[in-house]
Design a protein around this ligand. Structure first.
Ligand code: GNR
Ligand code: NI
Length: 172
């Protein structure tokens, strides 16, 4: 397994729409193993492949509490097939936007269809943190960031801050 670099705002690749996986190849298995290593090391509760610069519809997740047993989950070509009317607000963060945490309102419950590493299709109902996280990750596959749900004022402020930091880092 290999730790991969996580790309950070304002990297334009975060706005790409990721491609469907049409076959579980050894490369996909390696990608998933590397994503788990990278996600646990960060640490984060979810990771989309585009965050390690791979534009494929692959997500890793583990929302188990810190001292509980690990619950690694893989979602390939995930789709939200139903959303609740009811909303919930959760304070979100993103490994590609470090140190920014803001409240985001999303559907409280979703039904998700996805493929596992054996090519088997599953459907699951998600609520709570699972619902928030799967929506956040599927957004990444569509080039959407949690920033997009904030006011334009907040979003512009955060993007500017990261753009300045990147410019400064490049000049050093
Ligand atoms: O680690 C993460 N925590 C988190 C907290 C609230 C809502 C969503 C997330 S996902 C984030 C990791 C990440 O950036 N995944 O794309
Ligand atoms: Ni994220």
């Amino acid at each position: 397994m290999t730790l991969r670099d996580i790309i950070i705002l304002p990297d334009k690749r975060l706005r790409r729409i990721s491609d469907k996986v049409d076959k579980i190849t050894p490369e996909i298995r390696t990608l998933v193993a590397d994503m788990f290593e990278t996600m646990y090391e960060a640490p984060g509760i979810g990771l989309a492949a585009i965050q390690v610069a791979v534009p494929l519809r692959v997500i890793t997740m583990d929302i188990a509490k810190k001292d509980d047993e690990k619950e690694p989950r893989v979602f390939i070509n995930p789709e939200i097939i139903a959303r609740s009317e009811e909303k919930s607000v959760y304070e979100e963060g993103c490994l590609s936007i470090p140190d920014i945490h803001e409240d985001v309102e999303r559907p409280a419950r979703v039904r998700v269809r996805f493929m596992d590493l054996d090519g088997k299709i599953h459907e699951e109902d998600a609520d709570g943190l699972y619902a928030t996280c799967i929506q956040h990750e599927i957004d990444h596959l569509n080039g959407v960031l949690f920033l997009d749900y904030l006011s334009k004022l907040k979003r512009d402020y955060i993007v500017r801050k990261f753009t300045k930091a990147a410019r400064k880092a490049a000049a050093e």
